[in-house]
Write a protein that binds this ligand. Sequence first.
Ligand SMILES: Cc1ncc(COP(=O)(O)O)c(C=O)c1O
Length: 376
Amino acid sequence: MRYIAEAVASGQLSGNGPFTRRCQELLQWELGAAQVLLTTSCTHALEMAALLLDIREGDEIICPSFTFVSTANAFVLRGARPVFADIRPDTLNLDEKNLSALITPRTKVLVVVHYAGVGCEMDALVAVARERGIPIVEDNACGLFGSYRGKYLGAFGDLATLSFHETKNVICGEGGALIINDPQYIRRAEIIREKGTNRSRFFRGELDKYTWVDAGSSYLPSELQAAFLCAQLECRKEIDAARSAIWRRYQEGLTEWAHCHGVQLPFVPHYCVQSHHMFYLLLPSEEAREELIRYLKIRGILAVFHYVPLHLSEMGLRYGGYPGQCPVTEDVSDRLVRLPFYNALSEIEQAEIVQALTSFEVPRQPVRREAIASNP
Ligand SMILES: Cc1ncc(COP(=O)(O)O)c(C=O)c1O
């Protein structure tokens, strides 16, 4: 509230003021990026990435099917065709083994998503993309300050994106950031974020007037959002400590029950530091998942499913998606449930959730739906 009052008192509420710069500098310094630009959302940061990479009609982009719609849509807006990759059954991240088979001469970018803030197999993905000369964009909406083999998520791609939507760890209501690791994109990114003008250079005193120089849009958040975000970023260690305690309590409280009932808990490879964004369960069947959601709801506990496979969405089908195309995604999407997870979740509330879960008898004879493999 103090920072917001400061922003109001300063008389500058539009973007690119002191709080925007403070957030950008903090992120840039922490993540070791060449440049970080705050944006109005992760979706808009992805749209900026598509503009920066000159994505056009007829281009293809590879992304996981198990992700939020913006991962694909930002590139579809520029005319690209999304090519959907299946995921690994352990981390639920894009399966690096599938990548080479999906690359064609039209592939213009690989967009990876660090599901639940746990790193993808970046060594393998970067190696394939480098060999084929394909840039990488990391959609790191949920993985801020997570790392893979000692390097921050968001530091591997030519570009990466973050979300500060209120459902994330560090928030400002609606907001995001574009992380630029390849300095060749810095100048144009500033222009794209400022409606295609060179206004940023004008405000730095590098030009005596500003003008329209490129395609662009309005991707700059206001100082009010930046002020809120600045306080959140400064509290990042406290936020992570609270969330990591919540994550551990779920893990400790549920491991035995999960083992006895064929329920899979999140898998975090030993070389990954996760962002403690989410705790999910993979039930043995869709029916068991639905029953658990109903059971918890009766007890006043809201547990929800997650991404619906993009290749089977209305838009995905228009791009040639078909049942069986990404079998792991289809299976996981049916069986996954997310548990309540927010910074202020108290130990007492969490104990009640764990108690409710461990008294749930997972249906014994799960009816597993087989993925129907049919190519239209
Ligand atoms: C992987 C992923 N990418 C992008 C987004 C979009 O983020 P935003 O709401 O900041 O646009 C989300 C939202 O949850 C997401 O999960």
